[in-house]
Design a binder for this molecule. Sequence first.
Ligand code: UGA
Ligand code: MN
Length: 421
Amino acid sequence: MSSAHYQALEPQTSDEDNEDIERRQCNSRSCTASATTTTTTTASHPPHPMVRKGGVARRRCLVPLVAGALFFVAFCYLTLSGDTRLALGLGGGAEDSEELSHHGLDGMNFRPLNETVHICSESYEDRRQFMQDKPQSEYGQLPVIYFVTPTYPRREQIPELTRLAHTLLHVPRLHWLVADDQEKCNGFMDTLLHRFGIPFTHMVSPMPSKFRNEKPAPRGVANRRAALQWLRQHNLTNGILYFGDDDNTYDLRLFSEIRKTQRVSMFPVGLIADYGVSGPVVRKGKVVAFLDSWVAGRRWPVDMAGFAVSLEYMAQYPYVNMPYKPGYEEDLFLRSIGLQMNLIEPRGNNCTEILVWHTQTKSKKLGMVRLESKYLDDRSNLGALLHNLKLMGVASTTESEGRDALISKNGKEKPHSKILS
Ligand code: UGA
Ligand code: MN
């Protein structure tokens, strides 16, 4: 999350959330939600076994329910390990439960991901011979970095991915998971990814249509979820997961830093929101708090690019998830893997250096070139060039809209027929 454009988490509409909101009214001084403004809806998925059921009836059978719940909680605490309790969202200690309930976010009910993963193409072959002046063979023992890039079609997509690839080309032992936010596989992108020679998996995972028109929309979430599903399906318990958006700028030292990750690494991200930075506060080598201009109840107020997770650690959490909650993706993901403050490994010289920048590319709408289609043949380069630009989603041709394309010679506009016939 990078900006203050997001609203603090709204009261949710499930029955379970009513309970959260009630608790917030009773227990928290800063709580603003009103129980009367919420409605009850039915979740589209079967509830997690831990989800409390109820409604109006709940109040009538409060006593047996409370007794049952108490018994259940006691049972869980006695029988489950600390990690499992965290994975189930039951909290891991006094500090944990206090902070979570304070912001009404502890009711998030994480479920195992159940995404459809549609692979367009993939390659496990590393065709790079040298990386950073060393032959590939010298890197054989390093854990693999699974670099997850959500991306979406717009005119800047191919240039962004090209620039990012040229960074990743220097990084040994990396598998690039490129998850495109669209229905259909883009063949042009397949060719591009193959050409780089970096091991990759190209998948499509469109944002569900119900979120498309929301403001803000959960950007890059469907794609990251699909990538998480892919990691799960491959039962990977060795390696490092990093979420690397297509428009950020990555320092090569980032990769050697995150490769050391035992559980969860964190480090500052430059160019975030009002402070121009977001990241951990470190004292005596330990993360103790966070500096970020937008807190909004987030326990882990960090940017997506500001952490890395070891797959061995993540594998312990069957309910790993990234809910569709704009602004809260990082926080809820980190909660779903039971993160605790004392597990965080500060990187980048104890979080004093910037290894990743939240650069943003100015976006413009598709270019439009007005040119008669009879000239889009091989008499000139323009047919093939404009065809390629169309495949890349950069520019389109039209015969009727706007002004005729300017074609000039010696500083003077020339009729298309003069140059192209
Ligand atoms: C910030 C964070 O850095 C993102 O990690 C976070 O997902 C995002 O905010 C958010 O919370 O919405 P920001 O630069 O504001 O990022 O967002 P974008 O760069 O536009 O999008 C983040 C990623 O999602 C990019 O890799 C982008 O290609 C992808 N995306 C964006 C989609 O896949 N679909 C979209 O409709 C928009
Ligand atoms: Mn971005």
